[in-house]
Design a protein around this ligand. Structure first.
Ligand SMILES: Cc1cc2nc3c(=O)[nH]c(=O)nc-3n(C[C@H](O)[C@H](O)[C@H](O)COP(=O)(O)OP(=O)(O)OC[C@H]3O[C@@H](n4cnc5c(N)ncnc54)[C@H](O)[C@@H]3O)c2cc1C
Ligand code: FES
Length: 290
């Protein structure tokens, strides 16, 4: 379904929060594919809602061997944005950075994937009269895929990656996204923010997800150009539904729990008061989701 362009970006405090689903459930893995530097996991979530909103996330763990076994430390489920949701099948794009992502990447078709979700508040529609401009960095491309699915193939997409291996994620998008890499091995040797600047000659609403430094640069560029922007952030999440306060991030409206008030926040909520510095979260500064 195409998104309505009629509403402005709402601020966090005016919006309903996502209530936690009552229980974890088991989805069944249908495929695990290597996609350059990343892994793409597909799982059939027959018991879950068929229409997770782009930008929402799930807490994932494996049904078997998720810590606690011999030579394994027990650990909590990990947060992942769904990259796609089609006819009950969820796709997750992940980069292996630690024990949780390594174990998830080992899943095989038929294995159980424990999940809780969809959680949080995702992307809001573009501001009236603007075109959507999707800006992704690295694994932060994941929550932009389902957003392009909903907005339609004409939504402009600019992506930045470390190398050609990471840039294979760009092949998942419709049309021809503009690609930049750090080493020039795919697309242009440039920063994704260079591509963003080139796209700002027409009125746009920017939707961005990527590393913290990229997001801060996107925020500053959009603020200077007067362009509305939404940023998908990351912080450490233990529960995913508002109970542990482990994910709080500082905003202009005070601290918010990113799992219930985000992970997508309006960029203006993150703007630093003039002359001041952004307060630091007890859990560290905010980071990108994806
Ligand atoms: C809302 C939300 C959505 C997310 N969506 C995705 C997604 O779609 N795909 C995805 O791959 N990840 C996503 N993440 C990030 C993922 O949850 C974390 O990377 C997770 O901690 C990985 O678990 P782990 O056990 O493998 O590594 P951990 O043990 O948690 O971390 C291992 C080491 O890697 C570092 N590390 C953790 N995350 C990253 C990272 N992203 N990049 C570089 N270093 C890192 C840690 O600082 C630590 O040193 C998302 C996070 C949030 C909050
Ligand atoms: S992750 Fe527990 S409150 Fe947000």
């Amino acid at each position: 379904m195409a998104a309505s362009y009629g509403r402005p970006i709402a601020l966090r405090s005016t919006e309903p929060r996502t209530l936690a689903p009552p229980a974890r459930r088991t989805a069944h893995v249908t495929a695990v594919e290597r996609l350059g530097a990343y892994h793409l996991i597909r799982a059939l979530d027959s018991a879950g809602p068929a229409d997770p909103q782009p930008g929402q996330f799930y807490m994932l763990s494996t049904a078997e061997r998720w810590g606690g076994g011999e030579d394994e430390r027990p650990y909590l489920p990990r947060a992942f944005s769904h990259a796609r949701a089609r006819e009950g099948e969820l796709s997750f794009l992940l980069e292996t950075v630690g024990p949780g992502t390594r174990r998830l990447a080992e899943l095989r078709p038929g294995d159980g994937l424990e999940l809780l979700g969809p959680l949080g508040v995702g992307w809001r529609p573009p501001v009236d009269g603007t075109r959507p401009l999707l800006v992704g960095g690295g694994i932060g491309t994941a929550p932009l895929l389902c957003w392009q699915d909903e907005l339609g193939p004409d939504a402009a997409v600019v992506l930045g990656f470390r190398s050609a291996a990471h840039a294979q994620a760009a092949t998942l998008f419709a049309g021809e996204p503009a690609v930049a890499t750090d080493d020039g091995s795919a697309g242009r040797q440039a920063l994704v923010t260079d591509l963003l600047r080139e796209q700002l000659d027409e009125p746009a609403t920017v939707f961005a997800c990527g590393p913290p430094a990229m997001l801060e640069a996107v925020r500053a560029i959009c603020a200077e150009a007067g362009v509305p922007a939404q940023l998908a952030l990351e912080s450490g999440m233990a529960c995913g539904f508002g109970a542990c306060f482990g994910c709080v991030v500082p905003t202009r409206e005070g601290y918010v729990r990113l799992c219930v008030d985000g992970p997508v926040l309006a960029a203006e909520l993150l703007a630093m008061p003039s002359g001041g510095s952004r307060p630091r979260s007890p859990a560290g500064d905010w980071q990108v989701a994806g």
